[in-house]
Ligand binder design. Structure first.
Ligand SMILES: NC(=O)c1ccc[n+]([C@@H]2O[C@H](COP(=O)([O-])OP(=O)(O)OC[C@H]3O[C@@H](n4cnc5c(N)ncnc54)[C@H](OP(=O)(O)O)[C@@H]3O)[C@@H](O)[C@H]2O)c1
Length: 261
């Protein structure tokens, strides 16, 4: 009997996926610093993206030396329009994991009156993040694996008078991430939406934050890491914010509009 020929190997495109490498966007944020530390201590190589290349370079060499990992900085400004996509596409390979922390909160009164302030809040928190994530999503889709985790906010769950420009941008981001997760699911790419409540960082410096419901950047980083490992879709950090926001969302509009929130 004639021997069966071995099956021909199907030619696949060579993979550009960088295993155990994470791209951290908004790497100078206090939460991102905690996340980078946590990932580096577990042997992940890092690409730290942000506006201040000098600080990022220092951050990278410190992490590299202490954890024996490869960490490199790249300049990325989320107000850079079409330049954002180009910058992401210029990366050497496709990081298996992307975690985006970039965001900005400015004075709400200024946002109401001033075009540039409103533009900065909306573009950084929404459009800029979307333009950075889109090319990563396409690359991971081709690879058929990977994770994208993005920090949105509980502020996007319901608009409040104290920060509704910021909240609107985060609400848009949350909706984008929900759609992206739905789009990428059949391709094996996972999307995690992170909704922090209050966190003690430079963004909230000087604000009177209620202790029991305020998290530390380190706790947020641990929650994000756990959510990525367990393939969670949406997480609140600290956990009790899930219940706080359920109550806030359930307040009827005719009552809500009278509240000073
Ligand atoms: N702190 C809270 O209570 C809280 C609550 C809910 C959600 N969040 C969200 O958590 C994330 C991290 O915030 P954080 O509290 O850690 O504040 P943060 O320390 O002020 O970090 C904000 C980060 O965003 C970056 N960023 C701002 N504009 C940018 C731009 N145009 N291009 C690139 N990067 C830009 C900053 O980089 P530069 O160093 O270049 O300025 C910084 O790395 C944000 O998305 C924030 O909205 C925070």
């Amino acid at each position: 009997m004639a021997k069966k020929k071995p099956e021909e190997k199907i030619q696949t495109k060579s993979s550009r996926l960088q295993k155990k490498q994470a791209l951290i966007i908004g790497a100078s944020s206090d939460m991102a610093i905690a996340m980078s530390e946590l990932l580096a201590s577990r042997g992940w190589n890092l690409v730290l993206a942000g506006r201040n290349i000098k600080d990022l370079r220092d951050q990278c060499s410190d992490l590299g030396i202490r954890h024996q990992i490869v960490a490199e900085p790249i300049t990325l400004d989320l107000m850079d329009g079409k330049g954002i996509r180009k910058k992401i596409q210029s990366l050497d390979g496709v990081p298996e994991l992307t975690v985006c922390f970039a965001g900005i909160m400015l004075n709400e009164d200024e946002a109401r009156k001033d075009y540039e302030t409103a533009e900065k809040i909306l573009s950084t928190n929404f459009n800029g993040v979307v333009q950075a994530i889109n090319p990563i999503a396409e690359q991971l889709k081709e690879e058929g694996q990977g994770t994208i985790a993005v920090v949105s906010s509980v502020a996007g769950d319901r608009g409040r008078q104290s920060n509704y420009h910021y909240g609107a941008a985060k609400a848009g981001l949350t909706a984008y991430l929900s759609g992206l997760r739905n789009y990428l699911f059949p391709y094996g790419v996972h999307v995690v939406t992170i909704k922090p409540g209050f966190v003690r960082t430079s963004m909230t410096e000087g604000m009177p934050l209620p202790g029991p419901i305020t998290g530390s950047p380190e706790k947020v980083a641990r929650d994000i890491f756990k959510a990525i490992r367990k393939k969670k879709n949406v997480i609140y950090t600290l956990w009790m914010w899930k219940y706080i926001m359920t109550i806030i969302r359930s307040i009827p509009e005719f009552v809500f509009k009278r509240l000073k929130l």
